[in-house]
Design a protein around this ligand. Structure first.
Ligand SMILES: [Zn+2]
Length: 335
């Protein structure tokens, strides 16, 4: 049985997953990234984690057809090089594909980590065993990562920078995003941005992101229960408050959902995906969030009578990156 290994390289942990050709996860593990020791130590740890996981299954590296690596970027996909990794010190022009091949003796393919996670959901998660070929995944965390699959293939663009859906500008002259643009979706609808907007509303009064005057907040349950410790508010607290009918939390959640829905409409006009999934920090809210996104999608989409995308939560959780990296290896080396 051919096996595929996926390595999900993060600043804190390296996740490794062993997957078969049917996209079934056979085994997985996570090891600490020795980030401060530099690229060679990190690459050696990745290779060792891969070998250990394979050995633990009573298999050998010869049975592994190929290895996929999901990495933060920017990357030079053509040459398999990580050009720079913001959370990994000293990572400048690191030839990951060549190094992993050298250390493991197996073919290797490098992919952007958000693309790998999206491919994981497409291949082995929400899109598995379906006729879906056009698929988009967003991860709502500190920022918003995304990946696009068109006709079964990841969309890379000219230099590998395509699929950055979190950095679509939705509000011109809006909030400054970490990427340097103003008004990106990420600066409104990530888990972190949703918390930030809530704290700001409690401190300064509520103002709709869609315009209108700032209004004072009175008798707000969130503001009361987090008095003096607003920085401790999490996205879950906001969703819980919204579920209990708290008016401010409801407004915040609604605008997060509407922003995400507008993103779905935008992608539908350009690519007509069959499925759009959301992963990460806010997916725990389940249908409470997804029903809102679907309703706002219906509000904003055109009147042309064609079916819209299925809008669903992702199913693989934190495993999507490693499974997807293995999937990328499968897509490149299996046939
Ligand atoms: Zn941005």
């Amino acid at each position: 049985m051919p096996l595929f290994l996926g390595l999900d390289l993060g600043g804190t942990n390296i996740k490794v997953g062993l997957v078969d050709h049917t996209a079934k996860l056979i085994a997985q593990n996570s090891v600490v990234t020795p980030a401060e020791k530099g690229p060679d130590a990190v690459l050696a740890t990745m290779a060792q984690a891969a070998r250990d996981l394979v050995a633990k299954q009573g298999a050998t590296m010869d049975q592994v057809t190929a290895i996929g690596v999901g990495s933060p970027g920017p990357l030079d996909l053509k040459h398999g090089i990580v050009r720079k990794a913001p959370n990994l010190p000293h990572w400048v022009n690191v030839p990951v594909e060549a190094k992993i091949r050298e250390l493991t003796g197996r073919p290797c393919v490098l992919e952007n980590d958000a693309n790998a996670a999206a491919y994981g959901e497409f291949w082995a998660g929400a899109g598995k065993n379906s006729d879906i070929r056009h698929f988009i995944a967003f991860t709502l965390g500190t920022g918003i990562g995304s990946g696009i699959v068109v006709d079964g293939k990841i969309v890379h663009g000219a230099t590998g920078m395509a699929g950055e859906g979190g950095h679509i500008i939705i509000f011109p002259n809006g909030r400054l995003c970490g990427c340097g643009q103003h008004g990106c979706i990420e600066s409104y609808a990530s888990a972190t941005a949703t918390v930030k907007r809530t704290i700001e509303a409690i401190e300064k009064g509520w103002a709709s992101e869609f315009g209108g005057p700032r209004q004072p907040i009175s008798d707000n349950a969130l503001a009361k229960s987090f008095k003096g410790r607003l920085h401790e508010i999490t996205a879950k607290d906001i969703f819980d408050a919204a579920k209990s009918g708290d008016p401010l939390a409801t407004k915040i959640v609604d605008e997060t959902a509407e922003t995400l829905a507008l993103t779905c409409v935008t992608f539908s006009r350009i690519l007509e995906p069959q499925m759009i999934v959301f992963a990460g920090g806010m997916v725990f809210a389940g249908d409470f969030l997804f029903d809102k996104i679907r309703a706002f999608y219906e509000k904003h989409t055109w009147s042309v009578p064609v079916p819209g995308p299925k809008i669903l939560p992702a199913v693989l959780g934190n495993d999507a990156g490693a499974i997807g990296a293995a999937g990328v290896a499968y897509a490149k080396f299996a046939q």
